[in-house]
Ligand binder design. Sequence first.
Ligand SMILES: Cc1ncc(C[n+]2csc(CCOP(=O)(O)OP(=O)(O)O)c2C)c(N)n1
Length: 533
Amino acid sequence: MATVREATFELFRAHGMTVTFGNPGSTELPMLADFPEDLSYVLGLQELVVVGMADGYAQASGRPTHVNLHTAPGVGNAVGGIFNAQTNKSPLVITAGQQVRAHITMEANLTNRDATLGPEPYVKWSHEPPRAADVPAAIARAIYHATLPPRGPAFVSVPMDDWDKDADQDRTDSAIRRVVNPLAVPDPAALAQVASALEAARNPVLVAGPEIDASGGWHHAIALAERQRLPVWATPAPGGGRLGFPESHPNFVGILPPGIGAVSETLKAHDLVLVAGSSVFPYYPYIPGRLLADGSQLIAITNDPREVARAPMGDALLGDVALGLQRLVELVGESERPGPHPRPDPGEPPEADPLSGSQAMAALADAWPRDGIAVVETPSSTLALRNRLRLSEPGSYYFSSSGGLGFGISAAVGVQLAQAGRPVVCILGEGSAQYGITALWTAVAYKVPVTFLVLRNQEYMILKWFAAFEQVSGAPGLDLPGLDVAAVARAYGMQAREVSGREELTEALRDEIAADDGPRLIQVDIASGMWLE
Ligand SMILES: Cc1ncc(C[n+]2csc(CCOP(=O)(O)OP(=O)(O)O)c2C)c(N)n1
């Protein structure tokens, strides 16, 4: 008879879950006892970064990923990261320790009271098993909740005296043997109608969202756009946690603006708007206007029923995005429409001292390796980054689509662990860096060779931009004098350097991206401003 601990590790192995991201406390130690050599444990020093690392790892590996947290305070610290993982549709299987069962009713110290309620709004399933023997089956169920579409985190609270108890062997064996295929094809008849609508449209357009990359639909999206000569917009940047289309492709025309009125205005010339793998739409800020221009029809393909239900307009097909796009490519003919006008090259940014965000991104573009992966948390330079890097390989861009900070450094560590063969560059504002700063230690301790690029402008620039937009004057707390991320990185044991000027930055990026013996950090001062190009 296997113990709960042995049965749980067997289950992890069966699902390819070989890495646990955690921060332990006394209530988690029984799970970690005699930790098997074929599994690995990655320590994060605070729970927001533990979840962020697992989020990056899960997205970049495509596999369910285990997170282990310390009862109520650990889960509390983690909630911002769980919220990010929910929006990123990241398949996290989160366990948290709980008091000994005999202690729960008397609410002894460290009892996680109402353990399932804390994370409930941010997970697909939240549970504390009624019997120790059920723990592996509960974790199996959490794995399915996390990985069935739409993917997302699931949570199980485990009393600390459960791990040495006997598991329910029959249920465990059967949980390990089950094979579940999570993919559903959108209704073939509805797909045929979409194909006819595309062919009949005068001026159709594709809006590409993050699920194209996550579902493996990248090449189908390209094939569809090329066959039908579709201009392709990326979904508005705040919701674009991943790219849905190569941004140097001649059919790619740009990133949709994020407000309601601005989206319909941008798309008004199109009689058919096909949205693939995005919510309709990740609007922010509120810019009122028509949802859709007269004469435009919108059809979304998504694997997320909640996205369908909450969309304020348009028709929808539910099902796997990659399979849907693949079928559409088979159904549509070659179009004779004139192709779209490619986006103009951004050209050389004007000289500035200190550097502008656009110049810093131009330097990054000059040093960029073809197989590079960008993990991005640099609010005032994100659009300049997208415009200048024009990333065009699948799995090359990760961004916190919820807007919650603390994702960048931590996710970069997770992405690099999952994609050991590709260079990961994490581009950060110095304000954003603070939320995930302790993940620098994990990068050093586990020799994870991420290159961190910190753009230092001594302020929360994007909030100053929002203040102007919201007509707020006199708000305190928007300046950040004197933050030195390079010094903090050194304190964590990381090699870090400060550079200035475009050439020096380009050289430093080339050197550090090529280094693969551990993480490096480059800090550069940039001028105040929003860098859109
Ligand atoms: C967890 C969390 N807290 C606060 C915010 C609000 N917020 C959004 S951007 C930002 C400032 C980011 O500053 P920095 O990284 O220096 O970027 P800059 O705007 O200067 O480019 C803040 C505080 C947030 N998004 N998430």
